[in-house]
Design a protein around this ligand. Sequence first.
Ligand SMILES: NCCOCCOCCNC(=O)c1ccc(S(N)(=O)=O)cc1
Ligand SMILES: [Zn+2]
Length: 267
Amino acid sequence: MSLDWGYTDDNGPSTWAEKYPLAAGARQSPVDIDTSKATSDNSLVDREIDWSYPSNCSYRIVNTGYGWRVDTYGDDTALSGGPLSEVYKLEQFHCHWGATNDEGSEHTVDGKSYAAELHLVHWNSEKYSSFKEAASQPDGLAVLGVFMEIGNADNAELEKIISLIPKIIHKGQDSQASFDLDFGSLLPESKHYWTYLGSLTTPPCNECVIWTVFKEPITISERQLEVFRSLKSVGEEDAIEPEEGKLVKNYRPPLPLGNRVLRECGP
Ligand SMILES: NCCOCCOCCNC(=O)c1ccc(S(N)(=O)=O)cc1
Ligand SMILES: [Zn+2]
């Protein structure tokens, strides 16, 4: 069964606009962050971006066929401040990576790719009544982007997620984790970031995201990244060769920033 969209030559990002016209819009994500174009903005400094995630969150991890996604039960989560005018709730987080370590992130910085990029997806629960409704609004979602660079496997929360991946190798498999996660530990120490108005980076590419991309990366080890690449984009029942269907690449290359403003908070 051929996929509607994906990351191969015949269904990848350059073909998405054929079936998903929003993908050809002027407010698309990701973008290359040209640091010389970033403008600092006192209003961002005055209202520090703030998140509160309980340290004992239960969650479900699922293989979407495009990667892994942790569905959080966002009740007592909150993201506010910085570029946000309302309080947003955490809906899910997931990751994008590439076949080799010199690619994989979606956003790039002065043309540089990182090995992977983590996205924490929040929705404006102050203005809208559901994630789905928020995803059709220009200020509906707030996504935190965290670059991941190759280094030591010293993030315990990331290791907990990776320990679950062998249970969800095939598309559609999920695992209700028996231990809690501290989502906040997946964020870098520094709160310095760039922010701009963009979109979902996968179809339907709705232009509904206020993006906040942290300047400081977190580290992931080669072994941990190899575990990501062991995920399969096909279900267990799809009889294919063992090496086929591996999810080695699930990132969209950058789109033009155009006349959008790129703001930064912190050096
Ligand atoms: N089907 C009706 C329209 O639905 C619009 C919402 O799309 C729902 C599925 N996609 C997502 O939730 C979704 C969420 C985050 C990101 S990303 N990579 O931009 O963080 C990409 C996609
Ligand atoms: Zn994403």
